[in-house]
Design a protein around this ligand. Structure first.
Ligand SMILES: Nc1ncnc2c1ncn2[C@@H]1O[C@H](COP(=O)(O)OP(=O)(O)O)[C@@H](O)[C@H]1O
Ligand SMILES: [Mg+2]
Length: 271
């Protein structure tokens, strides 16, 4: 289903996965607030990496830097060795970074299928001008977009909802549609911002299975921001902990669980 083969070594912390994403010394300020302070860590190809930290730690800000919505004051972000410094936010999907948002950002009155097609178009070759001229290549692309979108709807288990308006779905289903839209652009790296937020226990369990299959079956590397620590610990090969914009721990989940600095960061800041 994906062009990206799963790397041979996906085992946790075998140290062999080459970095897909490198975040090097990234600093981001809002006026006097240092939201990210020299943040440095790498995400290996084919890994699921959890990014956790108390509210206000800088997780969403880091995602916004990765998506080029924010321009860090300092530092560099590299995807497959290439710097994103000169990329515009509009280039990001084409370069292979997909994302979902803390609150699902779907076009409410559009059908589920059309929402997912928006993602598939992000990877398309033809611009609006070719579309308007309906050149054969554009019609072929439209067919490919339709197929890609339907394949992703099937992958998330919502093909039966294709023609329903997005607004008519439950929150859990809307979150899955947002995922399908990101996947339809065939990303190398998927950024998930609190995908379990607002979901019940059963929906969280199903989401865990889906995230794992995104990595295992589609070969997509995942950076997961999530407050549901159980979900993060069960899925992640590596967990990075942010607190007040700083990386305070980075390692395999079993080490993060025992890290006293992590326990301290969470004390009194339960969510
Ligand atoms: N657009 C913004 N303008 C000003 N301050 C911001 C902005 N976005 C985030 N911040 C501040 O940056 C810090 C990190 O926020 P955020 O990245 O949303 O944290 P998290 O996602 O970890 O909860 C917080 O202090 C927040 O108030
Ligand atoms: Mg956030």
């Amino acid at each position: 289903m994906s062009e990206t083969p799963l790397p041979a070594a996906v085992g946790p912390q075998d140290g062999a996965a080459p970095p897909l994403l490198e975040i090097a010394d990234v600093t981001m300020r809002f006026g006097g607030i240092v939201a990210l302070d020299a943040v440095t860590f790498s995400v290996g190809k084919g890994r699921i990496v959890g990014l956790i930290g108390p509210n206000g730690a800088g997780k969403t800000t880091l995602f916004n830097c990765l998506s080029r919505l924010y321009q860090p004051a300092h530092g560099d972000i590299r995807l497959n060795g290439g710097s994103l410094r000169r990329c515009a936010a509009s280039d990001i999907a084409g370069l292979g970074i997909g994302r979902t948002f803390q609150s699902p950002a779907l076009f409410a009155s559009m059908s589920v299928l059309d929402n997912v097609k928006v993602g598939a178009h992000a990877r398309g070759r033809n611009g609006p001008l070719t579309d308007a001229l309906t050149l054969p290549s554009s019609r072929r692309e439209e067919r490919e977009v339709d197929q890609a979108a339907r394949a992703m709807l099937a992958f998330i288990g919502l093909e039966d909802a294709a023609s329903r308006p997005a607004a008519s779905l439950t929150l859990a289903a809307r979150k899955r549609v947002e995922l399908a839209r990101a996947l339809a652009a065939r990303p190398l790296l998927l950024l998930l911002d609190e995908p379990a937020g607002g979901l019940n226990h059963q929906e969280v369990a199903a989401l865990g299975v889906l995230i794992r299959s995104i990595r295992d079956q589609l070969g997509i590397t995942v950076l997961l921001v999530e407050h549901h620590i159980g979900l993060v610990m069960s899925l992640s090969d590596q967990v990075v902990v942010l607190n007040f914009g700083r990386v305070i721990a980075d390692g395999p989940p079993e080490r993060i669980r025992r890290d006293p600095a992590v326990a301290e960061a969470y004390l009194g800041t339960r969510h």
